[in-house]
Design a protein around this ligand. Structure first.
Ligand code: NAD
Ligand code: ZN
Ligand code: ZN
Length: 337
């Protein structure tokens, strides 16, 4: 089978021929149909974050495919099922985080495409308890971006307190942001979209943003405060300056939800204003298996649109270049079929 492999943080990915892995007792073997390219894969391949993956490794955590084989301890999944391989590759299942609905905070978790090989591969093994079934009727090319970009922003909107009567700023209308905008609208909020490319600003209009701000030509914090300020700001752009601007756009009692993870990301808070204005800053990391099931269901009901372009796995390095250069409308998905 072919797999895209990170061999070194300073080199392009290599397409390698590897032996198809065999599932361990609790694993499934998945024949990949589609895999989205998340900006996290780009951070992983560059070793951008304090906790680094160990090369050689296969990135990818928006994997959709068909189960071809099972270990003997997998009971609830059948050969032929379509499943999603998400960032949460596995967790312990018994710690306080796992048993209170916060499995995404488990200290023993393993992450697909980071601490275990991921979905940039024609076949992958994954823990049977942590793959999520994809409902009938969902296009695998849509299901792939929902598996990280979708679940992450669905969760971020959920924890943010967005709802009717709230103004929600979405900073960065990329892979994550174009879905965040839709979940904020589903929640009933007034939406403000911010980006720095013409295509993304056009897309924000098309997806129904109530206000669209071009961060190249406008002072974002000032423009949003001019609207009355944001009750919620969701930081999805890979830029420290955009996180500062998102914080600066909050009104009293507002909440900034940090999601993007720029290399060396830092946010300095003015303590006096932060306290007197009762603001919050929270971090949000992906979502649970149940959140992903909710995301798939919303899509099946026709409530969301996934904006994506198809590529082949062998084009992985050009695909990364295109994302970094802002040449992609929202999400790139590798089509393995
Ligand atoms: P992306 O590259 O598809 O989107 C980023 C968007 O930000 C682009 O549209 C870009 O034009 C825009 N942008 C750049 N500079 C900007 C600025 N100054 N102001 C406003 N917009 C700006 O990336 P993505 O796949 O959506 O991922 C975004 C980030 O989220 C990455 O850092 C990724 O690692 C992180 N992420 C976090 C989680 C989590 O669970 N917390 C999950 C997935 C991804
Ligand atoms: Zn746990
Ligand atoms: Zn991701």
């Amino acid at each position: 089978m072919k797999a895209a492999v990170v061999t070194d943080f300073t080199r392009p990915l290599e397409i390698q021929h590897r032996v198809i892995p065999r599932p361990a007792p609790q694993q499934v073997l998945v024949r990949m149909e589609a895999s989205g390219l998340c900006h996290t894969d780009i951070h992983a391949a560059a070793g951008d974050w304090p906790v680094k993956p160990v090369p050689p490794f296969v990135p990818g955590h928006e994997g959709i495919g068909i189960v071809e084989d099972l270990g003997e301890r997998v009971g609830h999944i059948n050969v032929g099922d379509r499943v999603a391989i998400a960032w949460l590759g596995e967790a312990c299942g018994y710690c306080d985080h796992c048993v209170t609905g916060w499995e995404t905070l488990c200290l023993k978790q393993r992450n697909s495409g980071y601490s275990v090989d991921g979905s940039f591969s024609e076949y992958a093994v994954a823990h049977g308890d942590y793959v999520v079934k994809v409902p009938e009727g969902l296009d695998p090319l849509d299901a792939a971006p929902l598996t990280c970009a979708g679940v992450t922003t669905y969760k971020a909107v959920k924890v943010s307190g967005a709802g009717p009567g709230k103004r929600v700023l979405i900073s960065g209308i990329g892979g994550l942001g174009h879905l965040a905008l839709q979940y904020a609208r589903i929640a009933g909020a007034e939406t403000v979209a911010v980006d720095v490319t013409d295509d993304k600003l056009r897309l924000a209009h098309e997806l129904g943003a109530d206000h669209v701000i071009d961060a190249r030509t406008q002072d974002v914090a000032e423009a949003v405060r001019g609207l009355g300020g944001a009750d919620v700001a969701i930081g999805l752009a890979v830029s420290n300056a955009s996180l500062r601007a998102a914080y600066g756009s909050l009104r009293r009692h507002g909440t900034l939800v940090l999601v993007a993870l720029p290399a060396g990301g830092k946010l300095e808070l003015p303590v006096f204003e932060h306290v007197l204005e009762g603001k919050s800053v929270i971090g949000s990391i992906v979502g649970t298996r149940q959140d992903l099931a909710d995301v798939f269901q919303l899509h099946r009901l026709g409530r969301t649109r996934v904006i994506r372009e198809q590529r082949r796995l062998k084009e992985v390095n050009e695909a990364i270049e295109d994302i970094l250069a802002g040449r992609v409308t929202a999400r790139l998905v590798f089509d393995f079929r």
